[in-house]
Design a protein. Structure first.
Length: 94
């Protein structure tokens, strides 16, 4: 996939819309998503589009108003990195 900062901004916009179909178009079949929270010290790893989609669906359900803000995006060669601040409230009000 050819990408630049604009593509990373599109990914962030899809996340903020909670649009799983749009989000998953940016992921390869053999993708890996590392979430910072989970049972292991480094969080939890999801491998493949099916696991990643399920994880993100769980995130949107668990934090219905989740928002990825203050985003910054960087690209160097064939690598891209996005940094953002996640905010949201769980159904329990936390």
């Amino acid at each position: 996939m050819n990408f630049g900062v604009d593509k990373l901004k599109q990914v962030a916009a899809a996340f903020n819309k909670h649009d799983l179909d749009a989000i998953m178009k940016f992921f390869a079949d053999d993708c890996i998503l590392d979430m910072p929270r989970g049972p292991e010290p480094g969080g939890k790893r999801f491998v493949g589009k099916e696991q990643v989609r399920e994880a993100l669906a769980g995130r949107f359900k668990g934090i219905p108003d989740v928002h990825y803000g203050d985003d910054r995006h960087f690209v160097s060669g064939d690598r891209g990195v996005s940094e953002w601040t996640l905010t949201g409230t769980t159904p329990a009000g936390l």
